[in-house]
Design a protein around this ligand. Structure first.
Ligand code: PHE
Length: 513
């Protein structure tokens, strides 16, 4: 039978065949210059084929601690004291003086003295009043402990199992003197089975390593001779550039959820709008500067828009000319229907709101009505990092009896609170179609600044009367910038990022919560 082995495993087998003595796994890994784990996976393959194996052996290893290492350099304290005396030719000295001369710490000094006493190399006397010591012999051969101690010079680590009985005793002396460190290690001894010893290397087929199996390999059967490269499942995978929704769309969805949760219904309206709904219905005079070409995009195709029912057009016209039934005097000029028929790219979603008021009249709807619109608007503006020519507005109205500015502030506060802004302020503002009017700003903690969000107010009677909305029915209205919120929401600095599509940033976006 042919045995198939990975290249590495075959190498290990060859090496083990060469070795006569017991081999240690760490040594083999070192010799082959491979990782220990790689070696052991090769050994496991040998085990699978019943060619080899390993035995575990507990090892006690002994080495010197810091103090021991120091003595290895300087000599044990007793030898240090002796050397000092011999060098100076001293045969007799008081303990006090020797302590001073030796520069040893007292506790170590006394260990040295006690060992010199034990050897009977010195004697001590207090005859002169001072504790004095004398050298009493002439020769001071290396002791057995010292000889054993020197072993650490060749091998900083000794295997306990390889020590003789006599050495174990000497080791014990050093241990009592607290000069040793002991560690335990498991050693793996590799061996070949009888089969492994006998098998001829020529009988073994080497498996080629591949990282994937192709359909060709499967149909030809060559996959059987392949060794699949192991995968490191802890490594991060490639970044998936999967399609996902745009950050702005994501934010729109979040805002939509908030309005829906507050009981609002969504409305949509056309991007190409008539000047009628965009301006006239909002009581914006026909010579109002906002209508100028430098602010508004007018269209040539289609050039004119369809206006609503004749009587509603008349109601709006009356409002401009004389205030109709609203009690207002109107603007007092001759209203031009052709100007109202002009087509524009909607400059605000308030045009869509006006279509909802027209529908209210048409359907004879009942209050309360709460609707919102999040949609694209266009203005003929110079584009820079905080201005866009096309952007998104978040618009909403509440039609109900006796609603007040307080209700409006409450609504807006609630909305921005749900968006994560805790502080909101409103200031008086001006719009041709609301009275009173308010500007809304929210506080953005991260930038530490107030961000202007847009306008709001209560629609003037001149705006609501043509659609049958009269006191005590009122319309609370607001229109705010979406990108203004998107900037802090996504931590961007440039508003254009939402339209020029910086791919790196878009790829990093994840909407997991
Ligand atoms: N239409 C205004 C704008 O575009 C915002 C607004 C909407 C103000 C409704 C008051 C009422 O800035």
């Amino acid at each position: 039978m042919i045995v198939k082995l990975k290249k590495q495993t075959l190498e290990v087998l060859k090496l083990l065949k060469k070795k006569q003595s017991i081999v240690n796994a760490t040594d083999i890994a070192e010799e082959m210059n491979i990782d220990y784990i790689v070696l052991m996976s090769a050994v496991n393959e040998l085990i699978d084929h019943n060619l080899g194996g390993f035995k575990e052996e507990e090892l006690y290893q002994i080495s010197l601690n810091e103090e021991g290492k120091n003595y290895l350099k300087m000599g044990l304290p007793e030898r240090q004291l002796l050397n000092l005396m011999l060098k100076e030719g001293i045969k007799e000295i008081t303990l006090k003086e020797l302590l001073k001369e030796s520069k040893l710490k007292p506790e170590i000094f006394y260990v040295g003295i006690s060992n010199l006493n034990k050897r009977r190399w010195i004697s001590q006397s207090k005859a002169t009043g001072e504790n004095t010591l004398f050298l009493v012999v002439d020769e001071f051969p290396q002791t057995d402990v010292e000889k054993f101690f020197k072993k650490f010079e060749e091998n900083s680590i000794l295997d306990y199992s390889k020590l003789s009985n006599a050495e174990v005793k000497l080791l014990d002396t050093l241990n009592k003197r607290k000069l040793l460190e002991r560690t335990r290690k498991t050693n793996r001894i590799l061996y070949l089975t009888e089969g492994g010893k006998k098998i001829a290397v020529s009988k073994i087929k080497e498996l080629t390593q591949v990282s994937k199996i192709t359909s060709d390999m499967l149909s030809s059967g060559t996959w059987k001779n392949l060794d699949l490269k192991p995968f490191d499942v802890t490594k991060p995978g490639p970044i998936l550039k999967a399609g996902k929704i745009h950050p702005l769309t994501n934010l729109i969805n979040e805002i939509r959820e908030i309005f829906l949760s507050m009981g609002f219904t969504e409305i949509r309206g056309p991007i190409i709008e008539s000047a009628f709904y965009n301006f006239d219905a909002l009581f914006q005079p026909q010579d109002h500067p906002a209508r100028e070409m430098q602010d508004t995009f007018y269209l040539n195709n289609p050039k004119t828009a369809k206006l609503p029912e004749k009587d509603r057009v008349k109601a709006v016209r009356d409002m401009h000319e004389n205030g109709g039934e609203s009690g207002s005097t109107g603007w007092g000029y001759k209203w031009d229907i052709e100007t109202a028929k002009k087509t524009v790219l909607r400059t605000h979603t308030t045009a869509t709101t006006m279509r909802r008021l027209a529908e209210f009249y048409r359907n004879n709807d009942k209050v309360p009505i709460k609707v919102f619109c999040i949609d694209r608007v266009f203005r003929n503006e110079k584009v820079d990092k905080s201005h866009l020519a096309e952007f998104t507005q978040i618009e909403g109205i509440v039609i109900d009896d006796n609603v007040t500015l307080c209700d409006l502030i409450g609504l807006l506060s609630e909305f921005y609170r749900k968006m994560g802004f805790k502080k909101i302020i409103t200031r008086p503002g001006f719009f041709p179609y609301t009275e009173p009017s308010m500007e809304v700003s929210v506080y953005y903690d991260k930038f530490g600044e107030w961000l202007e969000m847009g306008g709001s107010g209560i629609f003037r009677p001149e705006v609501t009367y043509p659609w049958g909305l009269k006191e005590p029915t009122r319309v609370l209205a607001w229109g705010q910038g979406l990108e203004r919120i998107a900037i802090p929401y996504y931590g961007r600095k440039d508003i254009r990022d939402f339209y020029v599509n910086p791919l790196n940033w878009l790829r990093q976006q994840s909407y997991l919560k």
